[in-house]
Design a protein around this ligand. Structure first.
Ligand code: DAH
Length: 347
C-alpha cells in the first residue's frame, strides 16, 4: 500500500508547525531551542530521512524530495527569523543606549600652582635679579648644624625659641629654620664670595594658631665676602621689600637679637589692615614683622670656614607664608596647608 499520501500530509504538518513555532521565537535562546527541535538529528523531518529506507522503494524519491523541500523551507525560515531578531535587538540597543551628542561637555577646571609655590618663585626671581642663586640644603639636620654651629650651644636659652621635632636617632632633628644651610653653603664655597638664598620647609614643635603652624616655608638670604656692611644688608632687603610689596611700602629696621648675627635686626612693614594706625592684627603697633636679619656673627663665619678678620657678611630669614598672607590679606596661616580647594582657587 502506498505510504505517499500519508507521508506528504505528515510532512506538510511538520512544516506548518515548524513555521508557526518559529514565529513565536523572541530571542537567541529561543532560536537555538527551535533549531534543535525542528532541524536537529531527532527532529521530525530528519527522522523521515533516516527512515527512508523502510519506505517502498519506488516511493523513496518522492518522499525524499518532499522532505528536502520541508527541510530547506525550515532552514531558510530560520535564517530569516534570526536576521530579523538580530536587527530588532540592534535597533533596541541603539534606542536604549542612545548618546545625546548635543549635550555640552564637562569642562576641566584649569589647575594652578599653590599660592606658596608662586610666592617662592617670586622671591627667587627678585633675589635672582640681584645676583642671588638658589641653594638647597636638607630638611633633616643634625643638632650641631641646626644649633651648635650657629652659635646656639646646648645650654643657651635661645634654644627655647626653636623647639623642634626630634627623630629617633639621637642628635638628628627636623630643622627649625633654614639657617643651618648657611654653614653648608659657606663650607662648600669658602673662601669664595657667596650670594645665595636657601628656601625650604621648616618644622617647629609649637602651638598652632592663625599666625603659626608646625611647618612652614622659610627663605634664608646669605651674602659673604670682603667689605660687606650693614648698608648692603639694608639696601638689599629694602630693595626686595619694595619690589615685593610695592615701591611706597613703609618699612622699618628694628634692633633685635639672634645668636648667629651681630648686630641683629628685624624688618617690619606697615600693617596692611589698619594702615599703621594700630589694630588687633598688628597688636596695636601699626607694624608687622616680615624677617629677621643681621651681620653674620664672627663665630658663625669661622664655623663656615671664613676668617672673620678678612670676611664679613649678612644673613636674613623670612617666612614665605607670611609674605603671601600680607600680599593677599589672608588672616589665617593654617589655610595654606589644609588643602581646601575653595580657598586655594582664589589665588
Ligand atoms: N633663623 C631665624 C628664625 O628662624 C631667622 C633669621 C634671623 C635668619 C636672623 C637669619 C638671621 O639668617 O640673620 O627665626
Amino acid at each position: 500500500m502506498s505510504e505517499l499520501p500519508a507521508m506528504n500530509e505528515q510532512l506538510d504538518r511538520v512544516e506548518e508547525r515548524g513555521l508557526a513555532e518559529l514565529r513565536e521565537v523572541k530571542d537567541e535562546a529561543g532560536l537555538q531551542a527551535w533549531k534543535a527541535a525542528h532541524l536537529g538529528r531527532s527532529s521530525p523531518v530528519m527522522q523521515v530521512f533516516s527512515k527512508l529506507s523502510q519506505a517502498p522503494k519506488e516511493e523513496r524519491p518522492a518522499i525524499g524530495q518532499r522532505a528536502n523541500q520541508v527541510k530547506l523551507a525550515l532552514e531558510s525560515a530560520f535564517t530569516m527569523r534570526s536576521q530579523i531578531l538580530k536587527e530588532e535587538a540592534l535597533s533596541q540597543a541603539l534606542q536604549a543606549e542612545r548618546l545625546d551628542v548635543t549635550l555640552p561637555g564637562r569642562t576641566l577646571a584649569p589647575g594652578r600652582l599653590h599660592l606658596e609655590t608662586r610666592t617662592l618663585r617670586e622671591v627667587y626671581r627678585l633675589f635672582g635679579e640681584m645676583g642671588f642663586q638658589v641653594y638647597r640644603s636638607p630638611d633633616v639636620e643634625t643638632d650641631e648644624f641646626n644649633f651648635g654651629l650657629l652659635n646656639i650651644p646646648e645650654y643657651h636659652p635661645a634654644r627655647d625659641m626653636w623647639d623642634t621635632f626630634h627623630t629617633t636617632t639621637p642628635g638628628v632633628v627636623l630643622r627649625t629654620h633654614t639657617s643651618p644651610g648657611q654653614i653648608r653653603a659657606m663650607r662648600e664655597f669658602a673662601p669664595d664670595p657667596i650670594r645665595v638664598i636657601l628656601p625650604g620647609m621648616c618644622y617647629r614643635y609649637e602651638q598652632v594658631t592663625v599666625r603659626a603652624d608646625i611647618q612652614f616655608y622659610q627663605v634664608e638670604v646669605l651674602a659673604v665676602g670682603r667689605h660687606i656692611t650693614f648698608g648692603d644688608l639694608k639696601g638689599t632687603l629694602t630693595q626686595f621689600a619694595r619690589r615685593m610689596y610695592g615701591v611706597d611700602v613703609r618699612l622699618r629696621l628694628r634692633p633685635s637679637y639672634f645668636p648667629f648675627t651681630e648686630p641683629s635686626a628685624e624688618m617690619d612693614v606697615e600693617c596692611f589692615i589698619c594702615g599703621g594706625k594700630g589694630c588687633p592684627v598688628c597688636k596695636q603697633s601699626g607694624w608687622l614683622e616680615i624677617l629677621g636679619c643681621g651681620m653674620i656673627h664672627p663665630t658663625v663665619l669661622q664655623n663656615g670656614g671664613y676668617d672673620p678678620r678678612e670676611f664679613s657678611g649678612f644673613a636674613a630669614g623670612m617666612g614665605s607664608g607670611r609674605i603671601g598672607m600680607l600680599r593677599h590679606r589672608i588672616n589665617d596661616i593654617r589655610n595654606l596647608w589644609t588643602n581646601d580647594i575653595r580657598f586655594l582657587e582664589q589665588f
